[in-house]
Structure formats: C-alpha cells, structure tokens
Design a protein around this ligand. Structure first.
Ligand SMILES: NC(=O)c1ccc[n+]([C@@H]2O[C@H](COP(=O)([O-])OP(=O)(O)OC[C@H]3O[C@@H](n4cnc5c(N)ncnc54)[C@H](O)[C@@H]3O)[C@@H](O)[C@H]2O)c1
Length: 254
C-alpha cells in the first residue's frame, strides 16, 4: 500500500516504541521519512530495518531549538518539502508525590513532552504555510485527560499537549494545515516500566496490575495500534479532520 506516496514526514522519537512503529509504517506507505531521535544509533537502526532508501536518520534533541531547526532544514533540503510532523518523543515520570518532585524533573518532563511541540511547529509551520498544506500529529496520552496519582507532571505535560493541538488547529486551519493528537492508553513499549518505582520484578508486576488491568479491553496497546491511527490522521484520508484527539486506549478513557 502507498497511502503516503509523495509525502515527506518527520517522526520524533523514531528510535523506539511507537515512534519507531509510526516511522516504519509511514516509510512502507511510500513517505520519505526522517527518523529523529536523541539516540541517533537507535534511529539509524530503525530506519535501516525498513529496507527502503527514502529514509534518513537525524540526531535531534527535541528540547533544543537549534537541533529542531536543523532537523526541519535537513529534511526539507533532502526531500524538498515537509508534509507531516509526528511529535512522538516523550519521557515518562516515575510515580512521585508533588512535594518530592524536583524542579529539574518537572522541567525535563515539560520540555520533552510539551515544549518540543512548540519547537517542531515553529520550524515546520512556515514550510507548510508556503505549501498551503500539512498535517501535524502529536502523540499525547490518555493521562492528559484522565489522571493517575503520582503522575502529576506527566499528566500536566500531556494535557498541555492536547490543548496546544487544539489551539494550533484553529490557528493553522486557514492554511490547510491540520493538527491532531492521539491519546495512547498504557502501551507495550520500553517506556511503560519506567512509570513505576522499585526493582525490575516489581515493575513488571506493577505494570500488569496497574496498567493492563486498567484497560477495559484487557490488553496493553501495541505500537502498531498507534501507527495505524497516526497513518489515518497524517494522510489525506483525514483531510477534513482537525483539532481532533483520538483515544487509542482499549477503553481506558471511558
Ligand atoms: N508507553 C506508554 O504506555 C504510553 C502511553 C501513553 C502515551 N505515551 C507517549 O507515547 C510517546 C512514545 O512513547 P513510547 O512508549 O514509544 O516510549 P519509548 O521510550 O519507547 O520511546 C521514546 C523515544 O523518545 C526519545 N526521546 C526521549 N527524549 C528525547 C529528546 N529530548 N529528544 C529526542 N528524542 C527523545 C527516546 O530516545 C525514545 O527513542 C511518548 O510521548 C509517550 O509519552 C506512552
């Protein structure tokens, strides 16, 4: 299938989990894809695994202004345009009471999960405005609308990501730039164990008890489930969809 034939996409956090699944799916659907990650080796490995030649990997810290500018510039230079930005890079929070949370932890979570969306938009939107088209999809979280105790900063960062999605959808609609978000529920990626404190066994046990049991459909969400939703929202299949937040969460948000 080639739903994204002729399109160019940037996917952040493409070295692992959902970002990797999204970037690989987009490449197989015909898009030119820049796999961006803080850990460039993981992005290179994920891009190479596609077996196609219309992909590249770029090292970028999504909290760093010049890294993000470079990410957009290099993508436009190589592929002569930019149609899709997927904001997927993110960091978790170990369950922490508000009085124990450090200012540094707060800043890292807000910067990676929220400021990054401002930065990718700041540099991608001028290109999309010139083209009079574009699609931005942010991987937020069901935690952005349904809180859990101890995930204070994480929930706040994802709530902000959702509201920024809606604000940008209105602001950019006159330019035919669509802006949407996906709220994954608890997902089967390397991130999930990091939400919990304790040793590895406890994390595994805790993951099953707290996360899997909280999903009405009874299973963790797979990265490919998120990739299918991102494919729909990024593509012309969703050409009249903007400001939307799609829960892919096995019913967790009900
Ligand atoms: N796993 C879950 O249960 C879950 C649930 C809801 C939402 N999410 C969100 O989905 C997104 C993807 O998470 P995942 O589960 O695939 O996690 P993951 O840990 O597998 O992947 C996250 C990727 O982001 C990259 N990254 C982190 N900080 C970065 C930075 N400053 N600059 C560039 N890249 C950076 C990491 O290197 C990693 O490759 C995140 O935004 C996460 O908050 C995850």
């Amino acid at each position: 299938m080639t739903i994204l034939n002729g399109k160019t996409a940037i996917v952040t956090g493409a070295g692992s989990g959902m970002g990797k699944a999204i970037a690989q799916t987009f490449a197989h659907e015909g898009a030119n894809v820049t796999f961006a990650d803080l850990h460039v080796q993981s992005a290179i490995t994920a891009a190479s695994a596609t077996g196609v030649n219309h992909v590249q990997a770029i090292q970028a810290d999504v909290t760093n202004d010049s890294d993000v500018a470079n990410l957009v510039n290099q993508t436009v230079e190589v592929y002569h345009g930019l149609d899709i930005v997927i904001n997927c890079a993110g960091v978790p929070q170990s369950f922490t009471s508000i009085e124990e949370l450090t200012v540094e932890q707060w800043d890292v979570i807000m910067n990676v999960n929220t400021k990054s969306i401002f930065l990718t938009s700041k540099y991608a939107v001028p290109i999309m405005k010139q083209q009079k088209s574009g699609s931005i999809v942010t991987i937020a979280s069901i935690a952005g609308i349904r809180a859990r105790p101890g995930l204070n900063a994480y929930c706040a960062s994802k709530g902000a990501a959702i509201m920024l999605t809606k604000a940008l959808a209105l602001e950019l609609a006159p330019y035919q730039i669509r802006v949407n978000a996906i709220n994954p529920g608890p997902a089967d990626t390397p991130m999930i164990g990091k939400f919990l404190v304790g040793n590895e066994d406890q994390k595994e046990e805790g993951m099953k008890k707290i996360f899997q049991d909280s999903v009405p459909l009874g299973k963790l969400i797979q990265p490919e489930d998120i990739a299918q939703g991102a494919l729909y929202l990024a593509s012309d299949l969703a050409k009249m969809v903007t400001g939307e937040v799609l829960n892919i969460d096995g019913g967790r948000g009900i």
